[in-house]
Design a protein around this ligand. Structure first.
Ligand SMILES: NC(=O)c1ccc[n+]([C@@H]2O[C@H](COP(=O)([O-])OP(=O)(O)OC[C@H]3O[C@@H](n4cnc5c(N)ncnc54)[C@H](OP(=O)(O)O)[C@@H]3O)[C@@H](O)[C@H]2O)c1
Length: 244
């Protein structure tokens, strides 16, 4: 399989490429990549995706972390892409949830759901994608600055991201030298509904929230840096150095 698939455009998979940061990254990458975008839901009515097809190939898939046939579905979809001539040379795993779950609210069900979505799902996606990635590919995972300073009202989420922080160097060792693995520990970029954006910005050294463009730039940097693997790039405006 060649790294560059067609007309000089690399083919990348964005897991969770439909909303928020995933969509922003899809719109940025579509300028010079063919893309496979996944969502937990059917893609009907997403007209912005039609616009992307004016510049390159876009394939949409339905991968639901809660779906009973998830693993077989992922395998079948990836087989289908391969037989249709898609040579995948990059993947970014963005899918996640951000549940508020303070101490005292934890139940086995809540913990299972949080870890299935934010830890088990990326593990399964990485396992499905790894053998299909072309030599020289970069697999990238979205983490959170909570790996440095956990969100106290979201400890189960923070623990899931800490698990991904172990996956990044571990997978980098397992997949080297063929495939590189890089994580992105992001601070607040698109705050959850109901959160105080001004407060979150004030708690950074740079006194601002992140911008989706900050992530896009770092994802492109990681893909274009052939000596980089097993690393987690933190972009949090210096949040972790602010002592409150
Ligand atoms: N936003 C931020 O400021 C921020 C800060 C730090 C870290 N991050 C990390 O960056 C990543 C993207 O964040 P975000 O805020 O843009 O996204 P998000 O709203 O947390 O969700 C990401 C994606 O997860 C998908 N998803 C939800 N349930 C799913 C399921 N059952 N199966 C499969 N996919 C499912 C959603 O897509 P569908 O509904 O289409 O399935 C959504 O596009 C996440 O990993 C997040 O933890 C974000």
């Amino acid at each position: 399989m060649e790294r560059i698939s067609r007309n000089g455009r690399a083919c990348w998979v964005l897991v969770g490429g439909r909303r928020r940061l995933g969509r922003a990254l899809a719109e940025d990458l579509a300028r010079d990549h063919d893309l496979v975008l996944t969502s937990s839901k059917p893609w009907d009515g997403e007209t912005w995706v039609d616009d992307l097809t004016k510049t390159g190939r876009i394939r949409t898939l339905q991968w639901d972390a809660e779906g009973p046939e998830l693993v077989s579905r992922m395998m079948a979809d990836l087989d289908g892409l391969e037989s249709d001539g898609w040579a995948i040379s990059g993947a970014v795993l963005l899918a996640g949830t951000f549940p508020k779950s303070p101490l005292g609210t934890w139940t086995p069900e809540l913990l299972d759901a949080t870890w299935r979505m934010n830890l088990g799902f990326p593990f399964l996606c990485a396992q499905a994608l790894a053998p299909r990635l072309a030599d020289g590919s970069c697999l990238q995972l979205l983490l959170d600055t909570s790996i440095h300073r956990p969100w106290l009202k979201r400890l189960p989420y923070s623990a899931a991201k800490a698990g991904l922080a172990a996956l990044v160097p571990g997978l980098a060792q397992l997949l080297a030298p063929r495939v590189r693995v890089v994580g992105h520990a992001l601070g607040a970029v698109l705050p959850a509904e109901g959160s105080d954006a001004a407060f979150l910005a004030e708690r950074t050294l740079l006194k601002r929230l992140g911008d989706p463009a900050d992530l896009c730039r770092a994802v492109r940097f990681a893909a274009d840096s052939p000596f980089l693997t097993g690393e987690i790039l933190t972009q949090d405006g210096g949040r972790r150095w602010v002592d409150r």
